[in-house]
Design a protein around this ligand. Structure first.
Ligand SMILES: *Cc1c(COP(=O)(O)O)cnc(C)c1O
Length: 523
């Protein structure tokens, strides 16, 4: 027997009997791990050392002539990700919108891989095609979109935002009798989009990719809760001004409201933004990558009032939804708006095949082969229902509230932005000249010690005009308890004290150190 195959496994994955072989391979790999201890949040050690250890485990950087065999290869990968990976189930893992995924979703995702179905045509995978339209309908209905709604899953919120702006751009062209695919973006004059100051950076990247340039993003001021001010939006739309380079009159074509800002979880006032956007005849996109999950819970659904008026919505179920990445969906209020993505390809979707019902979703996206990410999503929706998912969000919010109370009770900590969904932003107060450096060092030391993983960001702090480096918890693990959150804060405070007592000079980047020395602050 070749060492490439194991006695009980089949070489290729197939539905039915083949899935048993996949399960057995996973169990073998899991059993090969030494003990069943909970790994730390992150491997302890400096990043360079950790990466070098993984490289050493992998061996020479060349393809060996004989493989080590399936069991050995899989066992070695299992050990590498166990020893040197990230443990998102750890109580002190709270940095990003990156949850520990539901086991059932991971299992369903393995089935998706095993089918290797695509979604571009009927014959690339009938089942997954029907599952995707089912899940799109379920989620469009949850958002309150009309019956004309449609949608497409894709590789992330950044991509869904790109696709939304591409469609909005093309629709703006079509309204003026232009076909942007053929006529190019120049035919639109100086097209711009508007979003709040704290909207996701993927909006800028999308505009650059669409040939509009990052300068096409006009940012609107926010209130002190980081929510877009409709009055500022109105003022800009009343007089959008001119392109500073070409002098051409700016022509807004879309407004992007954020439902769940990445750092704060705050939601722009959707009804007011919808009213202003409609009145100006513009496309309204709601980036609900983070916040869409609020709709699973009666306690939080009201935050998203007005989302049903959107022309398009981005939602990421690999955030609040507990899916392995990627599980991002772009919903459109009107499926016909996908028109400019339509394509006829001789070997995929010729017209007579389409008429015979062999079409698929090729015309809804820029991808051709497309992984059926929806399989895990549909499994999760079936398994948990709205209430099951809503309760997970509520549990995470309760933990964020506990974190907030702890911050407020610690004299050494300052609450910067309280929780709306599951994040909380704060700072460590210290006497150092450069408290930004201390806060950043606290996070890095937590990471390299392996004891915890928290986020950082820069925020304008009340009473200080300049943005400051802040610490952030993004709590997405409903199985953590308040004692776990307290242990994380104990560790943050212990490390902060240690960093502070060592003095600034040890951690400051050279430029800081030089500036401080010049100012005579440090010995
Ligand atoms: C996470 C996020 C995105 C980007 O989504 P990815 O899946 O990481 O590409 C976009 N918008 C908001 C508000 C987000 O929080």
């Amino acid at each position: 027997m070749s060492k490439r195959t194991d006695p009980r496994s089949t070489r290729f994955a197939s539905p039915g009997a083949g899935w048993g072989a996949i399960g057995r391979q996973l169990i073998c790999a899991a059993d090969s791990l030494p003990g069943r201890d909970q790994p730390p949040a992150l491997p302890a050690g400096a990043p360079g050392e950790v990466l070098a250890k993984v490289a050493a485990e992998l061996g020479p950087r060349e393809l060996s002539s004989d493989g080590v065999g399936e069991s050995a290869a899989l066992a070695s990968m299992a050990r590498i990700v166990h020893d040197f990976g990230l443990n998102l189930t750890h109580e002190s893992c709270a940095a990003h919108l990156q949850p520990a995924p539901l086991a059932v979703a991971v299992a369903a995702d393995a089935l998706a891989s095993a089918t290797n179905a695509s979604l571009d045509t009927y014959d690339s995978g009938p089942a997954t095609l029907a599952i995707e339209t089912w899940a799109v309908d379920v989620l469009a209905k949850l958002a309150g979109l009309p019956d004309t709604a449609g949608g497409v899953f894709g590789p992330g919120g950044s991509y869904s935002n790109l696709l939304a702006l591409l469609i909005a751009r093309d629709q703006a062209g079509a309204a003026r009798g232009l076909d942007i695919r053929k006529d190019g973006v120049a035919a639109l004059g100086s097209p711009v989009v508007l979003c709040s100051r704290v909207a996701h950076f993927s909006v800028q990247r999308a505009c650059a990719a669409l040939g509009l340039g990052e300068a096409a993003v006009i940012t609107v001021d926010c209130d002190d809760q980081h929510r877009m001010l409709p009055s500022s939006l109105e003022a800009i739309l009343a007089d959008p001004g001119h392109d500073p380079v070409t002098g051409a009159a700016r022509t807004p074509f879309a407004v992007i409201a954020t439902a769940g800002t990445t750092d704060f979880g705050t939601v722009d006032p959707l009804p007011e933004i919808a009213e202003v956007t409609r009145r100006h005849g513009l496309w309204m996109h709601v980036d609900a990558a983070y916040g869409f999950g609020a709709l699973f819970s009666d306690r939080f659904a009201g935050l998203l009032d007005g989302i049903s008026q959107a022309d398009s919505i981005t939602l990421d179920l690999h955030k609040v939804g507990w899916q392995p990445a990627a599980a991002s969906l772009l919903l459109l209020a009107d499926t016909d708006s996908f028109a400019s993505l339509d394509r006829s390809v001789a070997y995929l979707n010729p017209e007579d095949d389409m008429e015979a019902g062999l079409g698929g979703q090729l015309g809804l996206t820029l991808q051709t082969t497309r992984r059926p990410d929806v399989l895990k999503v549909a499994t999760t929706l079936l398994a948990y229902g709205r209430t099951g998912l809503g309760e997970m969000l509520e549990a995470c919010h309760d933990l964020a509230q506990h974190a907030q109370r702890r911050i407020e009770s610690e004299p050494q900590l300052e609450l910067v932005t309280g929780t709306t969904l599951t994040t909380v932003v704060f700072r460590y107060r210290c006497n150092e000249l450069d408290s930004d450096t201390v806060n950043a060092e606290v996070r890095r030391r937590l990471i390299t010690s392996g004891t915890g993983l928290i986020g950082r960001t820069r925020v304008r702090v009340p009473a200080v005009c300049e943005p400051r480096t802040c610490l952030k918890l993004t709590l997405l693990n409903p199985e953590t308890d308040t004692a776990g959150i307290d242990r994380l804060f104990d560790e943050i405070l212990r490390i902060a004290l240690e960093v502070e007592s060592e003095g600034l000079s040890r951690h400051a980047p050279d430029s800081h150190r030089r500036a401080s020395l010049k100012a005579g602050v440090l010995p």
